[in-house]
Design a protein around this ligand. Structure first.
Ligand code: HEC
Ligand code: HEC
Length: 265
């Protein structure tokens, strides 16, 4: 084959491709079809109402064997695996191990939340509302809750490394660092103590337990979002948020916790 011929073939094939691209019915690589096809796994995955207490027990005990992100996600998937089978039999729950300590001890998003949000996103049509609510619920709730403390007092968990009810703290933040630091300041405990770890084990149970409660409501057609960003933050967002003219802030975390009030005299 001489040079000219191969060049002509090349040009010919380019023209042929362009011809295919011009026919919409033959354009295999456009839009949605390029992202998803009919035989991809169905989403949301099937859900059946679960007993929050049962999930909380497994989450707490799993925490001691892989951390908070793994604990919340594994408990949820494992129990659905036992009840429904596939697709849960195909999901290696260890994929959420990175969540621990706010992503590998870096203190960003609380891992109990990370695992929980992944679980909700897996099964829920209303995943965005429920995940948003869980973040605000976490920030505005004294944790660990009375429920997980009572379960520990009753020895409903298999592995308890700090006995009795654990001091409850309010983080005003979904960040692992803020949540743990405020609790350590309150109690004087170190981050490496079993006291602190037991606290986070119970919060792992709390997060996935709360998610199951909300998912059960959704299943019954009774879900309505109850927790939102706090009022102060909404005020700041009226000027800075995505819907404002400046639109220079992408956050629903409590602004004041880091900024104070920068507009005060
Ligand atoms: C009435 C509208 C409005 C509200 C409400 C508002 N801001 Fe601002 N903010 C502005 C404008 C305009 C600027 C830029 C001009 C300036 O620096 O004053 C600004 C600047 C800032 C800056 C940049 C730093 C600085 O001092 O220049 C920060 C941080 C900030 N705002 C945080 C907040 C927080 C936190 C809240 C809620 C407590 C808030 N803002 C509420 C309008 C607002
Ligand atoms: C976890 C801490 C934290 C929270 C919560 C937070 N911010 Fe910030 N914000 C920062 C940091 C850190 C910067 C970067 C500051 C810098 O580099 O000067 C920043 C930057 C900003 C800026 C630009 C600042 C400038 O100097 O121009 C604005 C405006 C702002 N934040 C507003 C908000 C608002 C409104 C909220 C609440 C919805 C909020 N922030 C929540 C930590 C936080």
């Amino acid at each position: 084959m001489d040079k000219d011929l191969s060049r002509r073939n090349f040009l010919g094939s380019v023209a042929g491709l362009a011809g295919v691209a011009a026919l919409p019915s033959l354009n295999l690589f456009s839009g949605h079809e390029r992202l998803l096809s009919a035989d991809d796994p169905a989403w949301p995955a099937p859900y059946t109402p679960l007993d929050p207490i049962e999930v909380m027990k497994l989450a707490h005990d799993t925490f001691w064997n892989g951390g908070c992100g793994y604990g919340s996600f594994h408990a949820f998937v494992k129990i659905l695996r036992d009840q429904i089978g596939a697709p849960y039999t195909y999901i290696p729950t260890q994929m959420l191990k990175f969540g621990k300590g706010g992503v590998l001890e870096t203190g960003t998003l609380c891992g109990a939340l990370t695992g929980t949000l992944a679980a909700v996103n897996l099964v829920s049509q209303k995943w965005d509302k429920i995940c948003n609510e869980l973040i605000h619920w976490y920030s505005q709730t004294y944790l660990p809750t009375d429920l997980s403390n009572q379960m520990a007092v009753n020895h409903e968990f298999d592995v308890i490394k700090h006995e009795g009810p654990i001091e409850q703290s309010l983080s005003h933040s979904p960040l692992c660092h803020v949540s743990i630091a405020r609790w350590c300041t309150l109690t004087g405990a170190t981050v490496i103590s079993n006291h602190r770890k037991e606290r986070c084990g119970r919060i792992t149970a709390d997060c996935i337990g709360k998610a199951v409660e909300l998912l059960n409501q959704e299943y019954a057609g009774q879900y309505a979002q109850a927790f939102h960003a706090d009022e102060e933050t909404e005020k700041c967002l009226s000027c800075h948020g995505p819907k404002s003219e400046m639109a220079n802030v992408q956050s629903e975390m409590s602004c004041g916790q880091c900024h104070g009030n920068p507009h005060a005299e």
